[in-house]
Design a protein around this ligand. Structure first.
Ligand code: NAD
Length: 275
């Protein structure tokens, strides 16, 4: 299985298709991530708040896969802000992961109620200079929150935002594109909260003889986004990774683009309300 790589604006390379571990039970994480690595994933997306960094770390260690063949992302949680606390939080994440560096470190949410993100963001840049994170970025910084980050002159490599066919975040993705910030689509399948099995997606799936989830993943990939769908089940891990070889036509991509409902399509939290 060949997974395409994207070049980030900092010159680093990222596997475009990875495996996310939101809501993966810490007690089961080692086995589930080992299954994902076995299925061919080399990019794992976790976060301090998921409580499963230790399991991810154990799986990496047990896999025997060379560190430089893996891409590991973790994220700074909302109750850690400012230079000292951000440094401390990153140290804790690295210790739990059993790693000397992560490939990507993200501010998880903008938390506007907590004030300016600038000191925290500049700390991530310092941690990158020190080699603790190879690339840095933000998450859930839509067009309302990205400008404050850009004003620092330190451009994020990625912005990880909720994005799926009915919620395509046109304003945030346009702003990110101006700065060559790669979009990582979280909840890429709609988190199981939207039925994407019918309509245009269902018709494309039927024509190609693939699943609706594979069509949606292939649409993200064809659109230049990074995705890491989550599943605890080995057959779905394999199904999702195989989406890398599903070829959509331009009119398929356009048909899914047309499913956007704007803000009404959001299925998870509005960053304005997350503190
Ligand atoms: P997702 O869209 O990947 O949906 C996951 C659900 O889809 C699974 O629980 C399963 O029920 C279903 N599913 C998976 N594969 C399927 C298949 N082949 N067929 C049918 N159903 C299938 O949602 P997610 O897990 O929330 O998002 C993916 C990753 O994004 C997370 O694991 C996490 O790493 C990241 N994430 C980040 C944030 C953030 O704030 N930065 C928030 C949520 C998720």
């Amino acid at each position: 299985m060949s997974i395409p790589a994207l070049e980030l604006n900092d010159g680093r390379s990222i596997p475009q298709l990875g495996f996310g571990v939101f809501k993966v039970d810490p007690a089961e994480t080692e086995r589930i991530v080992l299954d994902a690595l076995e299925a061919g994933y080399r990019h794992i997306d976790t976060a301090a708040i998921y409580g499963n960094e230790e399991g991810v770390g154990r799986a990496i260690a047990a896999s025997g896969i060379a560190r430089d063949e893996l891409f590991v992302t973790t994220k700074l949680w909302n109750d850690r802000r400012g230079a000292d606390d951000t440094r401390a939080a990153m140290g804790e994440s690295l210790e739990k992961l059993g790693l000397s560096h992560v490939d990507l470190y993200l501010i998880h949410w903008p938390t506007p109620a907590a004030g300016s993100p600038v000191e925290t963001w500049e700390t991530l840049a310092a941690l990158r200079s020190e080699g603790l994170a190879t690339s840095i970025g933000v998450s859930n910084f839509d067009e309302r929150y990205l400008p404050a980050i850009l004003e620092t002159g330190i451009v994020p490599a990625v912005d990880q935002i909720e994005l799926h066919p009915q919620f395509q975040q046109r304003a945030a993705t346009a702003l990110a594109a101006e700065h060559r910030i790669a979009i990582e689509a979280w909840g890429p399948l709609g988190q199981g909260k939207v039925d994407y099995s019918g309509g245009a997606i269902g018709e494309i799936a039927e024509r190609l003889g693939v699943s609706w989830a594979q069509v949606v993943i292939a649409w993200h990939l064809a659109s230049g986004r990074i995705v890491f769908p989550k599943s605890n089940r080995r057959e779905r891990m394999a199904e999702n990774v195989a989406a890398a070889s599903v070829q959509l036509r331009a009119d398929d991509v356009a048909a899914i683009d047309a499913l956007d409902q704007g803000a009404a399509g959001r299925v998870s939290s509005d960053p304005a309300e997350v503190s």
